[in-house]
Structures are given as C-alpha cells and as structure tokens.
Ligand binder design. Structure first.
Ligand SMILES: [Zn+2]
Length: 277
C-alpha cells in the first residue's frame, strides 16, 4: 500500500482539558514511522523486518504489514505458543497466571485464603485470557471467504461498534465505539467482518492510536479500496480513575487513508454521516 497516504490524527477532549498528560508519551511511536515513510528505501526496510517477532519496532503496524507472513497479524513472541498450545499447556498457563495474581494480591496486603478471594486468581486468569483472545486470531481466519466482488462504489459505514481493549501502559481497560467507513473498489467485505476485525485488534494490549491504525490498514490491505476511515472514541480507565480524576473525558483517534485523506469532501461526508459535523 502507499505509505504516503497515511494520515493519523489524535485529539483528546476533556471536561478539564489537558487530559492527554496522563497518557504518557504516546506520540513517540510516530517518529520511526515518519522516517520509514520518507525514506525511499522503506520497502527494503520492510523486508529487513522479515518477522515482527525479531524486533521491537515503535510502530509495528506500519513497519510490519497487518497481514504478515507468519499469520499472527502482528502480536508478540508469546502469541505463537498460545495459538499452538495443547489443552494441557493451556491449563498450565492458566495456573501460572493465577499464581502470579496471588502474589500481586498478597503484595497489595490481601489475605488470599479468605473466602471472597479463594478462586479469584483463577477467575482473573481466565478473564485476562478472554480479554486478550485477539492474540489467537489473525486476519486471514477472521476474514475468510467474506470478500466479495461487487460493483459498488459508494461509501460503506458501520457505526458504533463497541470495543473493549486494554491499555498496554497500565493494563486497565479502555472502551468505547469504533466507526469504520470505506469506499470499495470492486471488492466489499461482509459487514459483520468489520466488527470482527475491530474485535480482533481490540482484544490485545493496545494504545488507542495503534488500534485505530491497525484496523484501517488491515482493511486497506485486504480490499484495496478507494479509501478507508476509522474513528474511535474511547474512555480510558487509566485516565478517569487515577491521579487528578478526569471523569467524563474521552479520547478520539482517527485514521484516514486514500480518498478520505486526499479529498476533504469525502472526509466531510463521512464525518457528517457519523453525526460529528
Ligand atoms: Zn493507560
């Protein structure tokens, strides 16, 4: 895909303003991305990162294509083991997580033998595995046989897709709504798959900016549409429940590709249809 057509904006609205302060240094990840975009050798660079598992890149979703060769759709080293584990190994994993949770509870001053907490470590382990089940999915499986040839070239929008994700800096939830739009170029995607795609990326440790970009780029890669637009509005527990409490603050991120980026009219139509303008 054309790297130059990437546009990503972040804005944060808060009842008291200044809310982004709590969310430490996110824009950092943008710098290596810019470098990769400007360099004419960027395509060579991408082949150098032949596997996302061998390197720690600042913006993995852009340095590594969303549909990657190892079929993991960019997660982490451990995801492979998790996908391929046997039932026995899965039980053992759950046990190890539970043990770690027991340590945390004890260190926080709790008595893990009291009735209310007896099964909490196991319960939490299972919950965490569910919240991060996106690591076990990849785009190919999610999209399977849902791309159709269709002579439709008008905007397709799915609004208000609920997303629940975990902030990778604080391991607490952020949640909200995703709105996905695209203008097809002879290929369309089954509508329910847009939500499945968002779900796959949301059920991982994330930052909202990357989540937004990954959804847009995956869609762009799969359908080669005229353009893709993704807007996510979310509330971050790490922002609203820590420090100077900013209840009611929400963060909006957007990623516009192709004609949504190039044509103001298209972008405006999208935002109007979302009821944001
Ligand atoms: Zn956070």
């Amino acid at each position: 895909m054309n790297m130059d057509s990437i546009n990503s904006e972040t804005s944060s609205s808060s009842s008291e303003g200044n809310s982004q302060k709590n969310h430490d240094k996110l824009p950092k990840s943008v710098m290596p991305l810019k470098r990769a975009m400007n360099g004419s050798e960027s395509s060579n660079k991408m082949t150098k990162y032949n596997s996302p598992l061998q390197t720690r890149v600042a913006s993995p979703c852009t340095l590594n294509p969303p549909i990657d060769s190892d079929g993991l759709s960019w997660p982490s080293v451990g995801a492979r083991k998790r996908i391929e584990q046997t039932e026995e190994e899965s039980k053992a994993r759950e046990g190890r997580i539970a043990e770690a949770v027991k340590t945390i509870l004890t260190e926080l001053g709790e008595d893990t033998s009291r009735e209310g907490l007896l099964e909490t470590p196991e319960r939490y382990a299972r919950a965490m595995l569910y919240f991060t089940k996106g690591y076990e999915d990849n785009i190919r499986d999610v999209i399977k046989r849902a791309v159709f040839e269709e002579d439709h070239d008008e905007m397709v929008i799915v609004r208000d897709i609920e997303i629940y994700s975990l902030c990778e800096h604080h391991l607490v939830p952020f949640f909200g709504k995703a709105h996905i739009g695209y203008i097809p170029n002879k290929r369309v995607l089954g509508l329910s798959k847009l939500a499945r795609l968002a779900e796959m990326y949301a059920r991982r440790f994330q930052v909202q900016e990357r989540l937004t970009k990954q959804i847009a780029m995956a869609l762009s890669e799969m359908l080669r549409p005229r353009g893709v637009a993704v807007v996510i509005e979310a509330t971050h527990m790490c922002m609203v429940s820590r420090g100077v409490q900013k209840t009611g603050s929400s963060t909006t991120t957007s990623c516009m590709l192709g004609c949504f980026r190039e044509q103001q009219k298209t972008r405006e139509e999208f935002l109007t249809l979302l009821g944001r303008r």
